[in-house]
Design a protein around this ligand. Structure first.
Ligand SMILES: [Zn+2]
Length: 86
């Protein structure tokens, strides 16, 4: 039952997004390698929790990017260097 409630609130967020009330379509993280702030596009179709590896465009080190989007459409993005990742 709890899961059904969660799915419902995610769905209502999606509706708001489709109506243009959630505008955030990009986010940024700070590269651990060089300290630069890197802006990345948010692909919301990939889900509320995303994780992927991207090379920093400044220092070319591989960052593991973590993205979490909450029910209000607020994205949390953080990164860590791939070599530190277990
Ligand atoms: Zn970098």
């Amino acid at each position: 039952m709890r899961q059904a409630v969660g799915q419902f609130s995610s769905f209502s967020w999606l509706l708001r997004f489709l109506h243009g009330e959630v505008m955030q379509d990009e986010a940024s993280y700070t590269c651990d390698g060089c300290g630069e702030e890197i802006v990345i596009p948010l692909d919301l179709s990939q889900g509320m929790h995303q994780e992927y590896v991207e090379d920093c465009p400044v220092c070319c080190r591989a960052n593991v990017i973590h993205i979490e989007i909450d029910e209000d459409g607020e994205a949390s993005v953080w990164a860590e260097l791939e070599q530190d990742y277990p």
